[in-house]
Design a protein around this ligand. Structure first.
Ligand code: LMR
Length: 366
């Protein structure tokens, strides 16, 4: 049996976590042989609700669930954690754009970045879910001077999964037959779901769909799906977000399917001409607990324009929170020049989860 890993989750009493925690405890995220300790974090007035969730988790008698701890502050909750899922944020209500949330959530994420820096395992892998996720991730990362920028990611797997699911429904294929879709940019209405590299049943997707439908209907559907769900449910997506978080972390830790591409928002190293230092969604592959940007995809003029538009939105968001981005971390973020990224889970004695695992035990690349 492997040694346990610690997973800290903010917003743990919320609706995304209510789906997610049971998936993690069942082994869907970290693997069916990986015991976990859940470090659940929420606001002080949510502690009673959190206690109820912990009781339910206990009542499921999951063999992989080693321990649950409850915390009303991130400083305690992040202690020694190997993984941090930052879900808690002020949610978007009907009619609100993600940008409206910037100021409200910026303070939360700078505190969380500092707490990760001071208390988490040195090789913690961080996924930011709370919106505006990309810029919140940037704020957290820039406030963690002792961690590598490559340890911070934001969720665009939800958009990636939506792209596969909706395309499957349109074409009559199964989602498993759809591969190599790419989400570029921001988790917002400017994101660019790119099908130019996608395959349906092994054949180029663009030859199997109508270009007019793709441009005029499909792209806006993906871009506005989150808002549509809020309108319909009166609450933002929960179960599909939990599935996307599970997929993002599982692929990061255990590797992507051979031949496939997934979308992760990560600190730009300048690939595809995207400004260095912003958190932008790229096509990646993961192996050995690391991710690598897929290079060399051909970008046509249509794609280039959309990639630039969503990049510009991220630059505008960054400008709005500049006062929360400490100068001391500017160079580490803007100077990334490698595409093989770090993120190996290490214990204090420098080993991985077990001696026979496929984790590399090198130190961080950064
Ligand atoms: C989503 O995409 O469903 C979530 O990010 C919710 C939102 O605010 O759009």
């Amino acid at each position: 049996m492997r040694r346990h890993v610690r997973i800290a989750i903010t917003g743990a009493a919320g609706s995304i976590a209510n789906s997610l925690l049971f998936k993690i405890a069942a082994g869907e995220m970290m693997g069916k042989d990986q015991p976990v300790i859940l470090q659940l974090i929420d606001l002080p007035d949510a502690m009673e609700a959190l206690r109820g969730i912990a009781m339910e988790l206990e009542d499921c008698a999951y063999p992989l669930l080693h321990t649950i701890t409850l915390h009303d502050n991130v400083e305690n909750g992040f202690k020694n954690t190997h993984y941090a899922l930052l879900i808690g944020a002020r949610p978007r209500g009907p009619g609100m754009e993600r940008r409206d949330l910037l100021e409200v959530n910026a303070e939360i994420f700078s505190r969380q970045g500092k707490a990760l820096n001071d208390f988490a395992n040195r090789d913690v892998k961080v996924l930011v879910v709370g919106n505006p996720a990309n810029t919140n991730a940037l704020i957290a990362s820039r406030n963690a001077p002792d961690l590598s920028p490559s340890q911070f990611t934001a969720l665009t797997r939800l958009d990636h999964n939506r792209t596969r699911g909706i395309l499957a429904n349109h074409t009559g294929a199964s989602p498993k037959d759809i591969q190599r879709v790419v989400i570029w940019g921001n988790h917002s209405t400017t994101q660019y779901p790119d099908l130019h590299h996608a395959h349906i049943l092994g054949e180029p997707a663009m030859r199997q769909i109508d270009t007019g439908w793709y441009r005029d209907q499909f792209i806006p559907t993906i871009q506005t799906r989150g808002g549509e769900i809020i309108k319909a449910r009166g609450a933002s997506s929960a179960a599909s977000a939990a599935q996307a978080i599970t997929d993002h972390m599982r692929d990061w830790v255990l590797g992507t399917e051979p031949g496939d591409i997934v979308s992760m928002s990560i600190v730009s190293d300048g690939s595809y001409g995207i400004t260095k230092g912003i958190i932008y969604s790229f096509p990646v592959r993961c192996d050995y607990g690391r991710y690598q940007i897929v290079q060399g995809l051909t970008i046509n003029d249509f794609s280039q324009q959309r990639m630039t538009d969503t990049e510009q939105e991220l630059l505008d968001e960054k400008a709005m929170v500049e006062h929360l981005l400490p100068e001391e971390t500017a160079a580490s973020h803007e100077g990334l020049s490698i595409c093989l990224r770090s993120g190996v889970t290490l214990y204090a004695d420098g080993t991985g989860p077990d001696s026979g695992s496929k984790y590399l035990t090198t130190n961080r690349v950064m």
